[in-house]
Design a protein around this ligand. Sequence first.
Ligand code: SF4
Length: 70
Amino acid sequence: MSCEWNKDVKTPYVDENCIGCGACVAICGDVFDLDDEWKAFAKEWMNSCTSEGIDDAIWACPVNSIHYKG
Ligand code: SF4
């Protein structure tokens, strides 16, 4: 998955229902990471992936915890 700056991509966030499965990190690791409590979060916007990569992570999340802001 190639990841590059794209100003048109919307900003994702992860809600509190994340179970820490790591799927989003595996699919789009330039955007998502796991914190010390095994909860995923979206990293700084400048490192963001293409919208396709984020959409793939949203699709793969087993508990539908990834959303777009705004
Ligand atoms: S795919 Fe969903 S449940 Fe799994 S780590 Fe990412 S946000 Fe959490």
